[in-house]
Design a protein around this ligand. Structure first.
Ligand code: BG6
Length: 491
């Protein structure tokens, strides 16, 4: 799988995402020999840069963040195809300059007219950028070539805004040429959910309401909001990651086996699950939002959310969110899916825990099973990638006691191959036109449809609960599970 002749234009190229993820990913792809020799990278931004300044910026980003070793010859080859366009998004001259630059690159680098436009810009800028691409003929592929739009999240902030964005983008680019990024789908461990479920026989028979008690999906981060106040305040944890990453994890955990690995077949299954999601009638009792207060993390005292730079001191933005969902279908009816995420939690960990029902009968003395929990299969998405199975085992000795033990699969031990960074995989797929790992517009809209009533409920019901930085979230979240006779895992 090597990309054919092509190039990438990044709008918003001076941003954090571009420097930390996109530029290093492009270099790593080149270093692994997965890009065509004449691959071209065009940056578009307001900054007063020349081509050389842009190349230097990419060089620094690569040195700092790329995963593969720096090789001068790879860099030199890549640098030949780098150009910078200075301008704002409403600047017609800049878009004309872009059009000419693409033509020149076709001639000089052999890009064949194939270009993807990566919108690493706030959603408010999507419409103007796609309209400018249309106006300057950049969205129309010259004979036999392709033009694609790549769109970063957040894709809107509710159902209505997402529908509007989809409408605008689809007016300019055909549906199959629009790639919406959810970088969680680019993670190896997330793709492995499909292998675990559908390449094996032993898990699938128990993957249903007869055996599964509930599912917990956790995405915990230890970081605060860093320099992202402008984006985060008013958006919050649920819109930032539940609407996309966590609902995608839930969908992959819950879907039926797709008829094939064709993108349409996979999307069809995800859509069925997302449309079968049922929210609890009592949103107050089964959802919790929280906001971190000052606390300790990594031996350091860190400020509370309201004291972070750039945050409105009256802000009611959630930095923690926990919700309960059910899926109304034959496989899952009555099985709760608990989703939680938060900033400044105990540690960084993302996992999907499928927790099984207790054995119907335990033929042991009561004391023997006091330390026996429920069986669980835990997909460890990051950082300690792998899968854990928890089950009961006899404690060695002359009496008969049963205690939980675990069986672990670790990526590092089982594979010598290294995992590509999510963005590497996704950028390569865009250039190859492989849409399997990109949510379609209906998925995005259904996910907002799930979240909208919860956000609306929160808006009209007071303030988020508080939790000190470095803890596992507000007490209210523990109470939410306790009400169902369950408790959160401490990963
Ligand atoms: C992004 C969110 O989508 O994912 C961030 O906007 C979050 O708030 C990030 O920190 C986490 O990504 P990862 O890959 O580090 O888990």
């Amino acid at each position: 799988r090597i990309a054919g002749p092509s190039g990438l234009v990044i709008f918003g190229v001076t941003g954090d995402l571009s420097r930390k993820k996109l530029m290093p990913a492009i270099y790593d792809l080149a270093n692994r020999g997965l890009l065509p020799p004449g691959f071209s990278l065009v940056g578009f931004a307001r900054r007063e840069w020349e081509d050389e300044d842009f190349a230097k910026e990419v060089h620094d980003a690569v040195k700092q963040h790329s995963r593969t070793p720096f090789r001068e010859e790879v860099w030199q080859q890549l640098a030949k195809g780098m150009r910078f366009i200075q301008g704002s998004f409403d600047d017609d001259e800049a878009f004309e300059h872009l059009r000419k630059t693409i033509q020149d690159l076709d001639a000089a680098q052999g890009t064949g007219g194939n270009f993807a436009f990566y919108l690493s810009v706030p959603p408010s800028a999507f419409p103007i950028v796609v309209q400018q691409l249309k106006k300057h003929g950049l969205a129309d592929p010259p004979n036999g070539s392709w033009r694609r739009a790549v769109i970063e999240k957040p894709f809107g902030h509710d159902l209505a805004s997402a529908q509007e964005l989809n409408r605008i983008v689809h007016e300019v680019f055909p549906r199959d040429e629009v790639f919406r990024i959810d970088h969680y789908l680019g993670k190896e461990t997330v793709q492995n959910i499909l292998a675990l479920r559908f390449a094996n026989t032993m898990f699938e028979p128990i993957w249903n309401r007869s055996y599964v008690d509930h599912v917990q999906i956790t995405m915990a981060e230890d970081i605060g909001i860093g320099g992202r106040a402008g984006y985060y305040d008013g958006i919050g944890a649920a819109r930032d990651v539940i609407q996309n990453h966590l609902l995608q994890l839930m969908a992959l955990t819950a879907i039926e086996e797709p008829a094939s690995f064709h993108p349409k077949a996979l999307v069809a299954e995800k859509l069925k699950v997302l449309s079968a999601v049922k929210l609890p009638a009592d949103l107050g009792g089964h959802t919790v939002r929280g906001q971190y207060t000052t606390g300790w993390q990594g031996g350091e005292e860190v400020p509370g959310y309201l004291d972070e730079d750039g945050i409105n001191p009256e802000s009611t933005t959630d930095t923690y969110a926990a919700i309960k969902l059910e899926i109304n279908n034959r496989r899952w009816a009555g099985v709760p899916f608990y989703l939680r995420t938060g900033k400044r939690l105990g540690r960084r960990v993302t996992e999907i825990a499928v927790v099984f029902k207790r054995a119907p009968y335990l033929p042991f003395d009561a004391y023997a099973t006091e330390e026996l929990g429920q069986n669980a299969l835990v997909i460890r998405v990051q950082p300690d990638e792998g899968v854990t199975v928890r089950f009961g085992s006899k404690v060695p000795g002359t009496s008969f006691e049963v205690r939980d033990v675990t069986m672990d699969f670790q990526y590092g031990e089982s594979f010598t191959e290294s995992s590509p960074e999510a963005y590497e995989r996704l950028i390569l797929d865009v250039l190859l036109g492989d849409a399997n790992l990109f949510p379609r517009h209906q998925e995005v809209e259904l996910s907002w449809q799930i979240l909208d009533p919860i956000e609306k409920y929160w808006d009209s019901h007071g303030k988020p609960a508080q939790y000190p930085a470095g803890t596992w979230g507000p007490a209210e979240a523990d109470e939410m599970l306790a009400r169902d006779g369950r408790s959160w895992r401490r990963p």
